[in-house]
Design a protein around this ligand. Structure first.
Ligand code: NAD
Length: 423
């Protein structure tokens, strides 16, 4: 099994491939399976013509990648961002395969993206991009084929437009074609805070492991969007002390802890800019916040924040990856040497896809659960997955990240062997 040298630390596809290789090697995965699971099963680029409000015709580029549909339909978000690349979408699709396998939910991995800046587009323009992207991919999507969800730059409104476009094409309302929808269109209770809740459950498990108390646990969170703000809210409510917060514009560190509900009102009210929060603290860049002292650091923004250049500066005991790929593969060894307990992304942020799965199940059966029921089932899945990863790590003498990949690859490879290769 040849190992590719990492050419570009910041290419997330290379980072994903390096981690896959390390785990596959440790598992002793046979060459054919290795090749099959390393590369995406299918990928497509679509050119999306959209009439802008100005009357100018623009063509946007969109992608959808199916990494694996061995364990079930492809599952994964759609990202609208100016810097989306096919390599990034490939990496994110493969992480979805491994994440669904770690959580042991019956989905494969997929991901999509459109190169655009949603902050510079009107609602009408975003709707037209979304509908045309969906129409171009109409044969790919479907409750049994590929089920998109929101990601950076998309939200429940985007999902409502996809659901409607798909339904108009197939001539009947098909709510289960997407997850992360508004509740009154078949969305699930608890979905909005699911990823943040999964992060909190993972932190709780880590604390139990180290016999630490919530009240004396300082937490830093980078990113104050869906994942970061929900994690902050739930952790604060549970008694953790949130001492560092950041959004794209900057960060604040306050040893005394933040009043998170007030901070949320500030950011999501009229003020918008987190670093101008009056009861602030020391101001710094959004990246710098990760290296301040705390028991738990939660990167919940974007990829490649902790690198081979800065990983040695971490001052935390637990690193809980709310974002996908916040550490580069080249940083892994440094983080490991520092003895930091990593809760890897494919475990830590699996709460979102788990409740997406619950949403899909509820849509298909046409029967909806209470928020309490959703949250209890989510807790079961995350706690169970956490314990399985930690047990796997101890049994095989590897760190949590390698263990999570090994567990996931093993599950997908097993399913593949049982199904056999169709020829
Ligand atoms: P979001 O768009 O709601 O929020 C992103 C936050 O990160 C914002 O506060 C933004 O200001 C900040 N940010 C953006 N660029 C930054 C930078 N360079 N430095 C610091 N902060 C920056 O996105 P989200 O849904 O919260 O997703 C965050 C991460 O979590 C992504 O990696 C996403 O793939 C991952 N994730 C999200 C979910 C989910 O359910 N939303 C599930 C699993 C994983």
């Amino acid at each position: 099994m040849a190992t590719l040298p990492l050419q570009d630390e910041f290419n997330v596809y290379e980072s994903a491939a390096a981690r896959f290789e390390a785990a596959a090697r440790k598992l002793g995965l046979e060459e054919g399976l290795y090749r099959f699971l390393k590369y995406p099963a299918k990928e497509i680029t679509v050119y999306i013509p959209v009439m802008l409000d100005s009357g100018h015709l623009e063509v946007f580029i969109g992608y959808r990648v199916h990494h694996s549909i061995v364990r079930g339909p492809g599952k994964g978000g759609i990202r609208f961002a100016p810097n989306v690349t096919l390599d990034e979408v490939r990496a994110l699709a493969s992480w979805m395969t491994w994440k669904c396998a770690v959580a042991n939910i019956p989905f494969g991995g997929a991901k999509g993206g459109v190169i655009c800046d949603p902050t510079k587009l009107s609602r009408g323009e975003l709707e037209r991009i979304t509908r045309r992207y969906t129409a171009e991919l109409i044969e790919w999507f479907g409750p049994e084929r590929d089920v998109p969800a929101p990601d950076l730059g998309t939200n429940e409104q985007t999902m409502a437009w996809i659901m409607d476009t798909y339904s108009m094409h197939v001539r009947h309302t098909t709510t289960a074609v997407v997850t992360g929808k508004p509740i009154d269109l078949g969305g699930s209770q608890g979905r909005q805070e699911a990823t943040g809740r999964g992060v909190m459950i993972s932190c709780d498990r880590a604390l139990a492991r180290f016999r630490m108390q919530r009240l004396s646990t300082r937490v830093i969170i980078q990113g104050f969007g869906n994942v970061g703000s929900m994690a902050a809210k739930l952790l604060h409510h549970a008694g953790y002390k949130i001492v560092g917060v950041a959004d794209i514009h900057g960060a604040l560190y306050n040893e005394n802890g933040f009043d998170v509900p007030e901070l949320i009102d500030w950011v999501y009210g009229q003020h918008k800019v987190l670093s101008e929060f009056p009861a602030g603290g020391a101001k710094m860049t959004a990246n710098e916040i990760l290296f301040q002292p705390a028991e738990i650091v939660i990167p919940a923004a974007v990829e490649n924040q902790i690198t081979s250049e800065n990983a040695h500066r971490l001052q935390t005991r637990i690193l809980c990856e709310g974002a996908n790929g916040p550490c580069t593969a080249m940083a892994d060894e440094i983080v490991d040497r520092k003895g930091i307990f990593v809760i890897p992304d494919i475990l830590a942020n699996a709460g979102g896809v788990t409740v997406s799965y619950f949403e899909w199940v509820q849509d298909r059966q046409g029967f909806f659960w209470s928020e309490k029921e959703v949250n209890e089932r989510l807790k079961d899945v995350i706690e169970h997955s956490f314990e399985e990863v930690v047990r796997y790590s101890e049994t095989h003498g590897v760190n949590n990240r390698v263990a999570a990949y090994m567990l996931a690859i093993d599950r997908v490879a097993f399913a593949l062997k049982e199904r056999g290769i169709y020829a």
